[in-house]
Design a protein around this ligand. Sequence first.
Ligand code: ADP
Length: 166
Amino acid sequence: MTSPHPIVAVYPGSFDPMTLGHEDIVRRTLRFCDRLVIAVAHSATHQKRFLFTVEERIEIISEVFGDTPRVECVGFSGLLVEFARSVGARFIIRGLRAVSDFEYEFQMAQMNRELWEDQETLFLTPDVDYAFLSASLVREVASLGGDVSRFVSPTVLARLEHRFDS
Ligand code: ADP
């Protein structure tokens, strides 16, 4: 697309690691936006224990979308709306799975609107195959030696195997 006003969106999250559910949301977003910035959270607000460092998560995502120039991946900390503004994105993409995602997502979207009136949060639902998939479940199953090959791309699978081998 060569629009003079490209549509830029930000897809924020932990992506620890990126699952096929996340990838599905990215591909759906590319149907209507020109450029998508995947923003990997450093998590300034709460001390989550991550399996992969931010650098590793960025590396993995960059490999997964290496053949898709409209997608880029960077780390971010601080206020999401400020980050979005800094990359020229007025759209924030979030994935909605089961009902359990709704309350938190709704609150966050309202707060982000208070902080920056001109941005919009867009919610996309994944393919039904991924509707119950979460990165935390993938981490847990992989850590116990379970097969997660149906839930992550081969790049991610190799990283998980390496992480839990050593
Ligand atoms: P998780 O909740 O799996 O740890 P993230 O914080 O990385 O995921 O999630 C980033 C965004 O992607 C959130 O909007 C989350 O709802 C969404 N998401 C995560 N997993 C899926 C999935 N399987 N299908 C659709 N959206 C998803």
